[in-house]
Design a protein around this ligand. Structure first.
Ligand SMILES: Cc1cc2nc3c(=O)[nH]c(=O)nc-3n(C[C@H](O)[C@H](O)[C@H](O)COP(=O)(O)OP(=O)(O)OC[C@H]3O[C@@H](n4cnc5c(N)ncnc54)[C@H](O)[C@@H]3O)c2cc1C
Length: 544
């Protein structure tokens, strides 16, 4: 059967694109996903997300040795299932700073300013609590403030306030700086990923097919136009599926540049070096990769305030299975904040992720006593890395190089962030619950020691982006209408198109990108006009 549209990758953006396109009954849409279903405890129970790492639900990327991180190779989990990383993430719903989007637009991404993208955030959202011009009701993706936070989380929020960080109701509207309970994609104790949110009803439509267990090899071009997708299914054998209209790449910040490169679209010199014919020379495909460095401060808790210690106890699992309540309903990062490590900065450069539990090494690190964690995600990095295929073989993952902390100024900012986090921990609100510091540890105080600690232990925040970014053909992969340069009928909609990574977690802005891509296709490429204010601002009308 032929389709009008093929959407590659059922992740955060791909589910939004496929669901919105198939709202038009006369469009035949195929959504292709390499992984399988998402009906699993480790997906549904919010606190269990790290149990997916290293399993068949994870693509299991590992970076090249990172020369600025003492040569370490970082594990980089990526969801390989319906919902993609939306089914694996920590459910923090964070849009980023308005400054990010205005910078995108100022840099040439016409139509992507904060006011212009707002209607897409609003339209996507079904917010349980907030009713103002920044929030929507009735959209697919449920958002609410973290429910039943642990008492330790509330103490840490109070400590942030005592340290001078303003307490807010939320950080997705008027204000970005401040501290608040996290807005989460959790409803009645269950994760709300995009596969659930966008496809639950859409999958019943006769004009939408979803093909799981299908690995996309490449997009086939004829006379400069994307006309088909080549893929292999679980049953084996290679299939070609024809597309009459736009093919949309939503395979994520690693998958999308890999598929482009295997299709002969990318840096010609690199493609030739791995035996791929370069059809369209686009040097930016796979370059400019960004992620947020993530640094932890871990502190012991007194036994009387255990936080989420012992969360994996069978009693807690039974409680969640019975009532969808208890510690397993927590998204772990129950509170969060943004602050500036330098008052002269135009926007916050540091995110606080507050967790009433010990979190270290993707959840693999264990501590024998209760503890809490303050994660510092450096949200204004300058380092740029790359994703480059090793061969034309689709079963061989590309070479991911984050090139993290290649700028000394990034380490400076994280040192300032760690010092600020220690100020928070020292506040009276935590006096009767805090124990000794675990990491970096009491012995690590001077600049030299902190810098060594950072390079030896920093992680990424699971936010790869910008690897097929909006930009000119010289420095970008697609134009502001998300059309791949030099190819007709091929668009990109996922985190890879971000011109720079947003100052915050990347799930919400990626859904926004998916919503906008569908709109661009449905309106014939005409950018939408944001409408009005207040409740109902979700309306997006094509420009006359
Ligand atoms: C552990 C973890 C925690 C995170 N926590 C948060 C958080 O709390 N808040 C937040 O905002 N963000 C978080 N993120 C990031 C966020 O989830 C991602 O930025 C977002 O999901 C990216 O969406 P995407 O559409 O670009 O890619 P993805 O969601 O990764 O979707 C890509 C899809 O394409 C499929 N695919 C790839 N290649 C192929 C191929 N060749 N053939 C067929 N299918 C293919 C993949 O299997 C996947 O389903 C987290 C991510 C992880 C991994």
């Amino acid at each position: 059967m032929g389709y009008d549209h093929i959407v590659i990758g059922a992740g955060a953006a791909g589910c939004a694109v496929a669901a919105r396109l198939s709202e038009d009954a006369d469009r035949r849409v195929l959504l292709v996903e390499a992984g399988g279903h998402n009906r699993r405890l480790s997906v549904k129970a919010p606190a269990a997300f790290a149990a997916q790492f290293g399993t068949k639900l994870d693509w299991r990327y590992v970076t090249e040795p990172e020369e600025h991180l003492d040569g370490r190779r970082l594990e980089h989990p990526r969801g390989r299932l319906m919902g993609g990383c939306s089914s694996m993430n920590a459910m923090m719903y964070v849009r980023g700073s308005r400054y990010d989007f205005d910078q995108w637009a100022a840099g040439g991404a016409t139509g992507w300013s904060a006011e212009e993208v707002l209607p897409y955030f609003v339209r996507a959202e079904d917010h349980a609590d907030l009713r103002d011009r920044y929030h929507g009701q009735g959209g697919p993706i449920h958002v609410q403030a973290a429910r039943d936070p642990d008492p330790v989380t509330l103490r840490i929020i109070e400590a942030c306030e005592q340290a001078g960080i303003t307490r807010r109701d939320e950080l997705n509207g008027e204000h970005h700086d401040g501290v608040a309970l996290t807005q989460v994609n959790v409803r009645r104790g269950v994760r709300q990923d995009t596969a659930t949110a966008y496809l639950r009803d859409a999958r019943r439509r006769p004009n939408l097919d979803v093909l799981t267990g299908a690995l996309v090899h490449r997009v086939l071009l004829r006379d400069g136009r994307a006309v088909a997708v080549e893929l292999s299914t679980r049953r084996g054998g290679i299939r070609r599926v024809e597309a009459g209209a736009d093919v949309v790449l939503s395979a994520g910040a690693f998958g999308t540049p890999e598929i482009l490169q295997r299709s002969g679209i990318g840096p010609a010199d690199h493609l030739r070096s791995v035996g791929i014919d370069a059809t369209v020379d686009l040097p930016a495909v796979g370059r400019h990769l960004m992620d947020h460095p993530f640094q932890f401060l871990n502190v012991e808790l007194r036994e009387s305030s255990p936080g989420l210690f012992g969360i994996e106890h069978p009693r807690n699992i039974a409680r969640w299975l019975g009532s969808r309540r208890g510690p397993l309903a927590s998204n772990i990062g129950e509170a969060m904040g943004f602050f500036r490590t330098d008052d002269a900065l135009p926007a916050a450069d540091m995110e606080l992720v507050i967790a009433p539990i010990f979190f270290w090494e993707h959840g693999k690190g264990k501590h024998v006593r209760p503890a809490f964690s303050i994660g510092l995600s450096y949200v204004a990095p300058e380092s740029r890395g790359s994703v480059l295929v090793r061969s034309a073989d689709p079963t061989v993952k590309g070479r991911v190089h984050l090139n993290m902390l290649s700028h000394e100024s990034e380490v400076d900012a994280i040192v300032r962030g760690l010092r600020r986090a220690r100020e928070i921990v020292a506040q009276p609100a935590l006096a009767d619950v805090r124990g000794p510091e675990i990491n970096p540890g009491p012995g690590v105080h001077d600049d030299h020691g902190l810098r060594e600690y950072i390079r030896a232990t920093v992680q990424h925040t699971y936010h790869p982006a910008c690897s097929a970014r909006i930009g000119s053909p010289e420095d970008g992969a697609c134009d502001p209408l998300l059309r791949v340069h030099g190819v007709d009928g091929l668009r990109i909609a996922d985190a890879s198109v971000m011109p720079t990574v947003t100052r915050g977690n990347t799930h919400a802005p990626t859904i926004m990108i998916g919503e906008r891509c569908a709109d661009l296709i449905r309106t014939g490429g005409v950018p939408a006009r944001p409408t009005g204010t207040g409740v109902g601002a979700a309306e997006v009308a094509p420009m006359p």
